[in-house]
Design a protein around this ligand. Structure first.
Ligand SMILES: [Zn+2]
Length: 405
């Protein structure tokens, strides 16, 4: 069952969020069905729906079947009621999408992140990219509800700060939310990129309608997102699901986080390049050459049948699979989604390794084997999730804030 509503006073915004969530995820739903599924009174549902229709966010769409008596109008989100922009920031790449209210991309673009850029330079680069994407998609600024800016963690969501991000050693507690808002002139919502990618998958990708899933994000680093009971699980400091910092090899290298043998220290692009160099130095045959070796070259070579590159990819996939099994044992998800540019060209090898592990290793596998899917949103998942955050922030303010009223 999806999130239930409450008939207590002072939680009108919360109920509105719950109702909108049901309309967004059902492909046509009646007021009666919303009341049944949320536990809200029919009067409360009617009042909320009337306001959502009045604001143009929701529309009545054809007549549904009825169990006798009056036919029921189906409610759907009006995709054209607004636009949202999502920007995913990674030390290597900035990507930007503009979407409608159903998460359909209307335009997208990516560009390399300015190397060694200061926070101000990054913010102005973001503003240029957003202008380009809006211009190409023919979206007017007045239509844009806001911008979701997503970045590798850790972040301090309460203050809009990026806290000592990996691979940006000079950055410490950078007020990126404010800088991007000033540079773009749009209201900005900040979040962790992997959490956002999970939200994107839940909204418009593989996780749509799935109650429990884990999202593994393999990019410059390794991140994750968890949806449990239809809710994004954020944890006490809003930094849950850091799958990349679980120990795979206790005797492994020390990670910048302080832990040893973290998944990320073993399978990150930098780790795979270092491993390829070691194997090449030991004289192994390969089409790769150590000079100027890049991660994407390893992935491409593996896909083309190079044995050395294939061995490195398969080892990384096994290590990811080990962490997937741990996560499935702990939180018992129905689905594991794999995404991120770190597995491009070799997605099927990663999926295969994780599938084999899930068929043979989790304790509860005979009751139900968790499924594995590749992210259909691929490299845009985090940016689309960022855009989804804008809609949640606009139409469904944070439940925790509402409940603390
Ligand atoms: Zn670590």
């Amino acid at each position: 069952m999806r999130q239930a509503g409450t008939n207590l006073p002072k939680v009108g915004q919360y109920n509105r969020a719950v109702v909108l969530d049901h309309i967004q995820f059902a492909d046509g739903i009646s007021r009666v069905e919303i009341a049944e599924r949320t536990g809200l009174t029919p009067q409360t549902v009617s009042g909320i729906v009337r306001r959502l229709i009045g604001e143009g966010i929701v529309r009545e769409d054809g007549r549904g079947t009825s169990s006798g008596g009056k036919p029921r109008m189906r409610l759907r989100v009006n995709p054209g009621a607004g636009r949202a922009v999502g920007v995913a920031f990674d030390p290597a790449e900035l990507s930007c999408v503009v979407v409608d209210l159903l998460g359909n991309p209307l335009g997208r673009q990516r560009r390399p992140t300015p190397p060694h850029g200061s926070p101000d330079q990054i913010a102005s680069s973001v503003a240029e990219l957003v202008d380009e994407v809006l211009g190409d998609a023919g979206v007017r600024r007045e239509e844009v509800l806001g911008l979701g800016f997503v970045t590798p963690g850790p972040i301090d969501l309460t203050q809009g700060l990026l806290v000592t991000p990996p691979q940006l050693p000079d950055w410490d507690r950078v007020p990126l939310q404010r800088l991007v808002a000033e540079a773009t002139g749009l209201p900005v919502t900040l979040d962790n990129d992997a959490t956002a990618a999970a939200i994107g998958e839940r909204w418009a990708g593989a996780g749509r309608g799935v109650a429990n899933f884990a999202y593994f994000f393999l990019g410059t680093g390794v991140g994750g997102g968890l949806v449990l009971g239809h809710q994004v699980h954020r944890g006490g400091s809003m930094n849950a699901a850091e799958f990349g910092h679980t120990t795979v090899d206790p005797d492994g290298p020390q990670c910048y986080c302080g832990n040893f043998g973290c998944l990320e220290t073993l399978v990150s692009p930098a780790a795979m390049v270092a491993e390829a160099r070691r194997r090449l130095a030991s004289g192994s045959e390969s089409s790769l050459s150590a000079r100027g070796l890049k991660h994407t070259a390893i992935l491409r070579a593996a896909a083309a049948g190079d044995e050395l590159a294939g061995g490195i990819v398969d080892r990384a996939a096994e290590q990811v699979a080990t962490v997937v099994v741990n996560v499935v044992n702990i939180v018992d998800v129905d689905l594991v989604v794999l995404g991120g540019h770190g597995i491009q060209y070799v997605e099927d090898r990663f999926r295969g390794a994780v599938e084999r592990a899930l068929q043979t290793r989790p304790l509860a596998r005979r009751i139900r084997t968790a499924r594995v899917e590749l992210s259909p949103l691929a490299r845009d998942a985090a940016a689309i999730g960022g855009a989804a955050l804008v809609l949640y922030a606009t139409y469904s303010p944070r439940v925790s804030e509402l409940l603390s009223l």
